[in-house]
Design a protein. Structure first.
Length: 282
């Protein structure tokens, strides 16, 4: 259990963290539930719902502002899946935060703020701009810090070249997605120390890419038998055996592993803080 406990969790991001916002705003159209679970892009709760109890918190969906399809900017790619002529109902990361700030001029400094987006920036087909995407994440953190947020978990993105969707692409396109992933994650790692130059900002870096790579490299160690295919596209099987529920998103088991890995990152940073705080002064 982490030494430092948080008062609550606020969530901003995309479908990896959306607990039903896109589903509600589209009138239950996306994602179709079933086979998806109660508006999640998975077959069960997503990682932030599993993270909360490990932090001795009750997850509050009213504090989750993530929307499936969100990019790090204002664009939401899921709007492209709505019926022709539909208004662009769904919002990107910046709009999520802007709307939150408009309603919350001062926020809880003791809460944990999840800011996880980026994958849709590179999957949507336009010319990707890594510096712009990572810059947007930096802007998001600074916006929240301006109203009192202090504690952030800032995950990097999994290898987009390893998801089932990418397996349908030519090898050079798969490799391009992996290279974009590496560029994004390197730029994000370089950004965190810059953000923490503000003494009121604490960043927890969560290396989701390495965590999921470990599953793919050693699936049996984590209880998986299939880490390359979409469960939905694989016929009658046990979803617990699969890492991916569809061509992009993890299964419930995959999300549980993400939450467990995130807790390890939180615990590691808290142990480091404990060492610093108890070290003798000079």
């Amino acid at each position: 259990m982490p030494r430092l406990l948080f008062s609550n969790i606020y969530v901003f991001g995309d479908s990896l963290s959306d607990t039903g916002n896109a589903f509600a705003l589209t009138g239950g159209l996306l994602p179709p539930s079933p086979p998806y679970f109660q508006g999640r892009f998975s077959n069960g709760p997503v990682w932030v719902e599993s993270l909360a109890p490990q932090l001795e918190l009750t997850f509050n969906p009213n504090f989750n502002f993530a929307f499936a399809g969100a990019t790090t900017g204002i664009i939401n790619t899921t709007n492209n899946l709505l019926p022709e002529g539909s208004p662009p109902l769904l919002i990107g990361l910046q709009t999520q935060i802007d709307e939150f700030i408009a309603e919350t001029p001062a926020t809880d400094p003791d809460a944990l703020y999840v800011v996880w987006a980026g994958g849709n920036d590179y999957l949507r087909g336009d010319d990707p701009d890594v510096q712009s995407s990572v810059g947007n994440l930096s802007v998001a953190v600074n916006k929240l810090a301006s109203i009192g947020a202090r504690n952030f978990i800032l995950p990097n993105i999994p290898d987009l070249g390893a998801i089932p969707l990418a397996q349908t692409f030519p090898p050079e396109q798969q490799q391009a997605l992996t290279l974009l992933t590496e560029a994004h994650n390197s730029a994000l790692a370089a950004t965190s120390p810059i953000l923490e130059q503000d003494p009121n900002i604490n960043i927890i870096n969560f290396d989701s890419r390495t965590s999921i790579d470990n599953i793919i490299a050693n699936p049996g160690d984590f209880g998986f038998t299939n880490v390359t295919d979409s469960f939905l596209a694989s016929g009658p099987n046990n979803p617990d055996d699969f890492l991916f529920f569809d061509e992009i998103h993890p299964t419930d088991n995959g999300h549980n592993f993400i939450a467990d890995s995130a807790i390890k990152s939180i615990t590691e940073i808290n142990e480091l803080l404990s060492i610093v705080e108890t070290s003798p002064g000079f």
